[in-house]
Every structure is written in C-alpha cells, then in structure tokens.
Design a protein around this ligand. Structure first.
Ligand SMILES: [Zn+2]
Length: 370
C-alpha cells in the first residue's frame, strides 16, 4: 500500500518532470522564434544590398563570437595582472564595433590618426552596397581591420595564439608559440629561427605547435588568421573558407611530411566567430580536457566549464585588441568620453589636451605588421 509520503514524493516527481519538460519546450520555442527573427533581419539586409551587415550578422552569430558581452566590465585598477579582464570603456567600444558602430564621438569622416585617411576610407569601392550610407558606416566601424598602419593585426593575432597556448597549458599540455619563442630566445636571428619549434624544414613558420594534441597523440601545428568578411563585404563562410585554403595550401603538405604531425588552420572572423577548422582545433582541446578530468582528480576543469571559460577569454582578448585598435585611431578621448559621460572638447582631456587616454598610450603597438 502506498503511504502518503510516497504518494507525495511521486506527485512532486511527476510535477517536476512536467515543469522541466515545459521549460524545455518553452526554451526550444524561444530559440525557434529568435532564429526566425534573425533570418528575417538577415533577409532584409540582403534585399537592401548591405552585404557588410550580412557578413557581420553571420560572424556575430558564429560559435564563439560575442562571448565577451557576458563578461563583467571592470575598472582600470582591477584589470591589473589579469589579462582576461575587460575595462569598461574597452567593453563599450568593442560592443559598438560588434553592432557595426565606430568609437563614441567618431563618424565616417573622422580622420584616422594612424593612416591619415577618413575612417570610411575605401567606401564606394567594394561590395554591392558600395556608395550607400550603410556601407560607409561599415567601413568606418571596421577601419582598424583595413588600416595599413599601426600593427593592430599582429597584436590581435599574437593575442589569439597566446590564449590558445594558455588554454592547452591549463590542462597540462605542452606547446610552443612562435611569437613567445621569439621574445625569449637568445642568439642571432638565424640561430633562433633554426631552433624555433614552429620553423618548418622550408623555413616557413607556423604560429603554434601543440605537442600530442591531434588524433593519435600527433603534434598539432596551427596557423592563426583573422578574416574580416565585413570590411570586404563578402560572405562570412566564404571569407573563412578562403583564408583556411590559403593556410592549408601553404603548410599542410609540409607538416604531413614531419613524423607524427598534423596541421589545421585556426581562422576566426573579426568578431571572434570560429571557422570550421578552428572548431576542430577547439574540439580537440575540449576533448583533451575531458580525458584529463577523467584520469586526474586534481584537474578542476569539467569539459563544460573549460569550454565556457576559455571561449569567453578568447573573445575578451579579441574584443580588447579591437577596442585598443579603434581608440588609437580616433582623436584622443578620455575614459569618461568613451563611457559616454563627457563630451568631446569639454571637461578634462578632450582633443585639445589634458591627460589623454592612458590605456591607448600604454597599449599602442609599434609600427608594422598590418
Ligand atoms: Zn587608418
């Protein structure tokens, strides 16, 4: 005979089942509606000939893009010693870029302080939307990706390689990155290049070697590239595929000739969306995290937290570099102006003088690399 307690437990169990099932259905329905809205928005952009906007929409909805939006913006002092913290003003500038807007206070005709062209430089020469106001805004918002001066691309590229290395080391992996090796190695340039594990027999260099990460414990060689589909107003998938082909043609055959080695390009969109091959690299890292967590109780990462945390960190470093590259190109602003609580030319700082923008001065990269 069923006791009242047992009956109550049974009822609660059934209720929780129906509640969970209901919530799941609600979540599913919400996802379908959001996707339908997205498709309608995208179709509108296609019909209007705004292919830069279409590319941005595709990049921003790709796996990994925009993970920084969920991070908590922090004050300048608290970011010290934490490479994965995002300052509030950088967060805001990166968020504006994410939705296709230039830095606060900048317009399409603002002059770039690095190349001395208008921010919408190249507007009217690309894509079916050439000449439209939207195209000009897209060019202005992505100017740092097309600017020939200032070294932004190298800084962003190296930051991505560094995150991937930290990610592998966090689960006990051993790897070498070309940009890190170059900084610490001693000897003349020729000797350093020869001793660098990223140097292939032909003297070409990949960006990172992950020892034992590929299938069958093969060493995985990767080369990082950022494809800005938006600035060239081409399709996101096409831009990623073209960049992956360039890298694969350049390195895959040679790496295959090295014992126990495999090659994959790591191509992401300028908003951080992972390409097909980058997702394969990512899956290998997450798979390794699962294996390590299963065999070593001291390993605190679960595969889920590992993926979430590192996806956000990767997104944060891309957002941070994007924000710095955007801010160094527009007239000096104070942090207050970037945060929207001061007006250009008023109060402290401003274009005319003042303390300037400390973060930009500190982080401004050197010449070359674009
Ligand atoms: Zn420029």
């Amino acid at each position: 005979m069923t006791t009242p307690t047992t009956a109550l437990s049974l009822l609660l169990f059934r209720l929780s089942f129906f509640c969970t099932a209901g919530l799941k259905l609600q979540s599913q329905a919400s996802k379908i509606l959001k996707f339908a809205e997205f498709l309608e928005l995208r179709a509108g952009a296609v019909a209007a000939g705004c292919f830069g906007v279409v590319a941005r929409l595709d990049d921003c909805r790709a796996f990994g893009a925009g993970a920084f939006l969920a991070s908590l913006p922090c004050a300048p002092a608290s970011r010290q010693h934490n490479p994965f913290a995002l300052r509030a003003d950088h967060w805001r500038v990166a968020m504006r870029s994410f939705i296709g807007l230039p830095a606060p206070g900048a317009t399409t005709v603002t002059m770039c302080r690095k190349c001395n062209n208008q921010l919408d430089h190249g507007h009217g020469h690309v894509g079916c939307g050439a000449g439209s106001a939207t195209s000009a805004l897209t060019r202005a918002a992505t100017h740092s990706s097309t600017c020939k001066k200032g070294g932004f691309k190298t800084a962003r590229h190296d930051a991505i390689a560094a995150v991937l290395c930290s990610m592998y080391r966090a689960i006990g992996g051993v790897c070498e990155a070309d940009h890190e090796y170059g900084k610490r190695a001693e000897g003349d340039a020729a000797a350093r290049k020869k001793a660098n594990p990223c140097t292939l027999p032909s003297n070409a260099k990949v960006d990172v070697v992950f020892y034992g990460l590929a299938d069958g414990d093969q060493d995985l060689y990767i080369d990082v590239r950022v494809a800005c589909a938006e600035s060239h107003e081409v399709g996101f998938k096409e831009a990623i595929a073209a960049a992956e082909k360039i890298k694969t043609d350049k390195y895959a055959r040679e790496v295959a000739g090295i014992s126990q080695s495999a090659f994959l390009p790591f191509v992401v969109g300028s908003h951080g969306g992972l390409g097909t091959c980058a997702k394969q690299v990512w899956a290998l890292l997450v798979q390794r995290a699962k294996l390590v967590a299963a065999r070593d109780w001291r390993q605190s990462w679960s595969a889920m937290t590992y993926q979430q945390v590192w996806l956000r960190r990767l997104s944060v470093v891309i957002a941070k570099q994007e924000a710095i590259a955007t801010l160094v190109r527009v007239p000096l602003v104070t942090r207050q102006a970037a945060m929207g609580v001061a007006v250009f030319g008023e109060g402290e700082g401003g274009e005319g003088g003042g303390a300037g923008y400390a973060g930009v001065r500190v982080a401004a990269p050197g010449n070359g690399g674009c």
